[in-house]
Design a protein around this ligand. Structure first.
Ligand SMILES: Nc1ccn([C@@H]2O[C@H](COP(=O)(O)OP(=O)(O)OP(=O)(O)O)[C@@H](O)[C@H]2O)c(=O)n1
Ligand SMILES: C[C@](O)(CO)[C@H](O)COP(=O)(O)O
Length: 245
């Protein structure tokens, strides 16, 4: 655990307080095992692998902060990084805000990374950090879409959905995390924007600030449904085979 007064420049907030309803019944998603290790620990290691990251703030399930602290103590993590745990809220937005409130002075850049994206490669983390350090106030990693996308109209229950339009896929991106921010801008976004959003960058967009995209990575996918766990195990097996990881 850390002394919260230690000055750091780049910190990561990891929202990990979700239930993981779409993954099915069981412990909160971040605490479930991937290859024998909690998903959260994979995510913390993925972020602490970046030499730019000096502090990781984990936002735990509201009644699980003690358990998460014990988990962090029980697993080997890079010693150059400090770790804090705070309890989360009812929504992802609230959990991120609670994580931001725990940041000490001296942090000027903040990454927000889903615990549910445990396998993001360090190259993606570093690309986001570099873009923020180069002056962007908000940076998102993103990948092109593999599927054609249809805009549909709301349907009566059980009825087929009428298609309204087929957006040009070339102009669309699927957005991942970590998303990187100038700290003051992200704090302002969380203070001023009250609309429901699914990522932090869209709050900064609503402030009228420019959000830029850097290349994401296929291994930064979110573990959302049971099949994603199968894919995550396969990615880890491939890494072990390739690197002796
Ligand atoms: N109240 C919440 C809800 C979500 N999250 C976190 O936000 C990230 C992305 O959310 P998602 O994958 O949608 O997780 P869940 O909300 O847990 O998933 P579900 O909707 O299936 O319950 C996850 O790391 C999750 O733990 C959070 O910290 N606090
Ligand atoms: C933040 C995020 O991971 C970016 O893709 C995503 O928006 C989270 O969405 P979810 O519906 O809460 O999984």
């Amino acid at each position: 655990m850390t002394d919260a007064s230690t000055p750091v420049r780049t910190a990561v907030v990891i929202p990990a307080a979700g239930r993981g309803v779409r993954l099915g019944p069981g412990a909160p998603k971040a605490l479930r095992a991937l290859n024998g290790t909690p998903i959260l620990i994979h995510a913390v290691r993925a972020m602490a692998a970046s030499r730019a990251v000096s502090l990781v703030v984990v936002v735990a399930p509201p009644d699980g902060a003690g358990e998460v602290k014990n988990l962090l103590d029980a697993h080997a993590l890079p010693e150059r990084t400090d770790y804090l745990v705070v309890p989360g809220g009812d929504t992802r937005q609230e959990s991120v805000r609670l994580g931001l409130e725990a940041l000490p002075e001296g942090v000027s850049a903040v990454l927000v990374h889903d615990a549910a994206r445990p396998l993001v490669p360090v190259e993606t983390v570093d690309a986001v950090v570099e873009a923020v350090r180069d002056g962007a106030v908000a940076v998102v990693p993103a990948v092109p879409l593999a599927d054609t996308v249809k805009q549909v109209a709301p349907r009566a229950h059980g009825e087929p959905e009428p298609v309204l339009a087929t957006p040009d896929r070339a102009a669309l991106r699927a957005v991942q995390t970590p998303q990187g921010f100038d700290r003051d801008t992200l704090v302002r976004a969380h203070a001023e924007i009250t609309a429901d959003v699914t990522d932090d960058a869209s709050m900064v967009e609503q402030l009228g600030e420019l959000v830029v995209v850097v290349p994401g990575h296929e291994e930064a996918f979110k573990v959302t449904r049971p099949l994603d766990l199968v894919l995550a195990e396969a990615v880890l097996a491939r890494r072990r085979a390739n690197d002796g990881f």
